[in-house]
Design a protein around this ligand. Structure first.
Ligand SMILES: NC(=O)c1ccc[n+]([C@@H]2O[C@H](COP(=O)([O-])OP(=O)(O)OC[C@H]3O[C@@H](n4cnc5c(N)ncnc54)[C@H](OP(=O)(O)O)[C@@H]3O)[C@@H](O)[C@H]2O)c1
Length: 326
């Protein structure tokens, strides 16, 4: 198989940068996101992403309700499991029994270990509530398991690491405030913090804090998620037109500059094969095309009045993030 830039998929795959985790393991800097993929699409697109587009990193979650299809896509790619970095996440209703959630994920994906396992949100939810994913109280607010401490969730993550069922453990949606209360009490520093990061929500201070603690930031919703406003941004479009790339290339390329300067992982999602292929190229192409001035401009877009978080479920508690809508 030859990619549209002439090299084999294998050659291209080798050229995707890898970021070292605090475990010593390496994670491919560009992964394929699977949120909101319908199972019937997930099989085809995951197989395509791996076999044809050269991804070797797939981002999954129990809460996405499509892991069996993702696993089937991985198998259909024909690429050995050992060559693919697989991440999944424990959902809030499972904080009291993390291993049981992991076992469901492993069975669905058809593997006996994960490369990385994340706490999806620092929010335990009532495991016996009104709904298995989003339990609600009678007043319609989210049914948070207030009796449970996430440090006890993490102890179960550490036990899974000791057992070898997961090779690295990390967190997601942890703000600096959450980490400051968490890190002094844990035996294992999370390998990553998976966060909403894009040019409208660059979270520079949090990224610097993570780097200072050896925690790799993983950028989710790098393109601005479904119905993205940032793909339409005039500044992004202007840079894209000047360098002859698409806005998506520029948005992923902005992360590419951060990948090159010391550690970031980016996990774009698409259900369109041409985009699945171009997104993994975007980081490399734009890293070459974007100037230091472009990166500075992109770094500063949010501060021009465009700061906006796009993934803000109504949890009803303070997660400690700046700019979280009230
Ligand atoms: N830890 C967490 O709480 C969390 C939260 C959100 C996301 N995530 C992870 O991060 C991944 C990515 O985030 P996301 O799914 O929110 O969104 P995203 O990757 O930022 O954006 C996806 C959207 O962008 C469009 N798109 C993709 N490539 C494009 C291109 N080249 N040109 C124009 N449009 C393009 C897609 O449309 P088409 O499908 O039509 O191409 C889709 O609507 C998720 O899939 C998931 O794995 C994690």
């Amino acid at each position: 198989m030859v990619t549209n830039s002439g090299e084999s998929v294998e050659e291209f795959t080798m050229s995707v940068p890898k970021i070292k985790l605090n475990t010593g393991a390496e994670i491919p800097a560009v992964g394929y996101g699977t949120w909101q993929l319908k199972p019937e699409d997930a099989v085809t697109q995951v197989a395509y992403a791996i076999k044809e587009a050269g991804y070797r990193h797939i981002d999954c979650a129990w809460g996405y309700m499509n892991e069996a299809a993702v696993g089937e896509g991985i198998r259909q790619s024909g690429v050995p499991r050992s060559e693919i970095f697989i991440t999944s996440k424990v959902w809030g209703t499972w904080h009291r029994k993390v291993e049981a959630c992991l076992d469901e994920t492993l069975a669905a994906l058809g593997t006996d270990y994960l490369d990385l396992y994340l706490m999806h949100w620092p929010i335990p939810l009532n495991p016996n509530g009104s709904h298995p994913i989003i339990p609600l109280r009678p007043d319609g607010t989210r049914d948070i398991d207030t009796e449970w401490d996430i440090k006890d969730t993490w102890k179960q993550f550490e036990a899974l690491l000791d057992k070898g069922k997961v090779r690295a453990i990390g967190v997601s949606n942890f703000s600096q405030k959450t980490l400051e209360a968490f890190l002094p009490h844990v035996r294992t520093v999370p390998a990553v913090d998976q966060l909403e990061l894009h040019v409208y929500n660059p979270d520079h201070a949090l990224v610097a804090y993570l780097h200072a603690h050896g925690i790799v930031p993983q950028a989710y919703s790098p393109l601005g998620s479904t119905n993205s406003p940032i793909i339409q941004d005039e500044t992004v479009k202007g840079i894209a037109d000047r360098v002859g790339l698409t806005p998506a290339d520029v948005l992923i390329g902005w992360h590419g500059a951060w990948i090159a300067s010391g550690g970031r992982v980016v996990i774009p999602r698409s259900n369109t094969q041409s985009r699945i292929a171009s997104n993994i190229k975007g980081a490399a192409a734009a890293a070459k095309a974007l100037t230091a001035e472009d990166i500075k401009t992109l770094d500063g877009i949010a501060a021009t009045g465009k700061q906006k978080r796009l993934v803000t479920p109504p949890w009803g508690i303070d997660l400690g993030f700046d700019n979280w809508p009230q």
